[in-house]
Design a protein around this ligand. Sequence first.
Ligand SMILES: [Zn+2]
Length: 380
Amino acid sequence: MSDASELPERKEEGEVSPEAEEQSDDSSEDEAAGETDMDFLRNLFSSTLGLGSAEKVLDELTLDGVAQYIKSGKCKNIICMVGAGISTSAGIPDFRSPGTGLYANLQKYNLPYPEAIFQIDYFKKHPEPFFALAKELYPGQFKPTICHYFMKMLKDKGLLKRCYTQNIDTLERVAGLEGDDLIEAHGTFYTSHCVSFCCRKEYNLDWMKEKIFSDDIPRCDKCSSLVKPDIVFFGENLPVRFFTSMKMDFPRCDLLIVMGTSLQVQPFAGLVSRVSKSCPRLLINMEKAGQADPLLGLLGFGGGMDFDSDKAYRDVAHISTCDDGCLALADLLGWKAQLEELVKQEHTRIDSQDKKSSEKSEASAKASSASVAPETKKEE
Ligand SMILES: [Zn+2]
């Protein structure tokens, strides 16, 4: 079974509300400041209408070619598109890998079928399996990877336009990317909302964490409806920001780096064809992905990756783990030592934080068990 067939598609672009379209136009004026309107329009037409020239930007279609391009200073708006593969080295299971994946470990929840755990209708009736799984996979128990910190370096160097992630583990935020740097296409655990349409009260991560770890089913203070982390379940729309930002960001992109995704879930996968025809695209993944269907290509559709054909001119596939690929690219850029130092520093900081918070919770557990103990004995 392919990934695509295992995953019911999330809703498509056509369902964006008119307000979302307006927001997009407003922000375009702000963001366009600082670059020429002509550049923007040219890229916009070239990506949306398939016009414009397919200029060869990279000297060679290799990681080194990409590094030379970044070093040339001509590339200032890098977009990263990332998926589960960037978090596997953090110990987060890729829920689509048979055997080791998450779906394989779901038997204990007695689901009618594995995907039900992420389906909104099932969740509203049976929230328990989702929250049990959430406890098991709780974000904060994992550390960001080399790849996450590589993106943080791109941000610090002023090169990151945006990171589009399919992951819900919030590791991009832990690594130091902030709300504006990020489009969490499939939502995030970072915030939660009451599921009642009349209420929609927002709850923060600490509130949700407390509920999840005390095995309470989270209910709204105001209306007692379920409260759900803002991750996109099957049967729910993608966040409006995904659609509004995508239209502004991709025409401006001058290097697309795709990491750890097999580019099989729409509408996310289709983003690769939204950059201009001259924009180089680097894939760092364990296998090639996103290649154009040759038949569609003949008909003039497509826009998929072309790594190997005679006409290939801008797509580079680096077949490796995301961490190894990022280290190799950092090495070619002369950033390797800096990247390794950043990872070391941040991991030490997270470990010491975890230690402090576990000591604190152990201490408070002891204190509360001490005060509860006499009562318990009396009841016996
Ligand atoms: Zn409510």
